[in-house]
Design a protein. Structure first.
Ligand SMILES: [Cu+2]
Length: 116
């Protein structure tokens, strides 16, 4: 192996080492999860979400106001026919969610989201 070839190899190795850490933290922006609310259930567009900041798009297709509580944070109350956006930071694991309007969770407005 010539000294020139060795230098070229080292440059390639050094460049690839530099590129790896730059490409890694591109996971911050996650796709929003659409949450459809009605009496008395939630329908989520995804069964799982990436940990970190998760954006929920709330769509109330029911006849009563609904909200969602997940990760210790409660969304604004969404009126019938209205939509809203709710952002919360979630850690890995199964995250339970529910509607905090009296009687709704007991009637079925609850579930879990797997956060990876
Ligand atoms: Cu509700």
């Amino acid at each position: 192996m010539t000294a020139r070839l060795l230098t070229a190899t080292l440059v390639i190795v050094a460049t690839s080492l530099l590129l790896v850490p730059v490409a890694a933290p591109a996971t911050t922006a996650s796709t929003p999860v659409t949450v459809t609310m009605k009496e008395f259930k939630f329908a989520l567009s995804a069964k799982s979400a990436a940990s970190g900041s998760v954006v929920f798009k709330l769509v109330n297709k029911g006849a009563l106001p609904h909200d969602i509580k997940i990760g210790g944070k409660k969304s604004p109350l969404i009126k019938p026919g209205k939509t809203g956006t709710f952002k919360v930071t979630l850690g890995k694991g199964k995250q339970a969610f529910l509607c905090t309007v009296a009687g709704h969770a007991a009637a079925g407005m609850k579930g879990t989201l797997t956060v990876k």
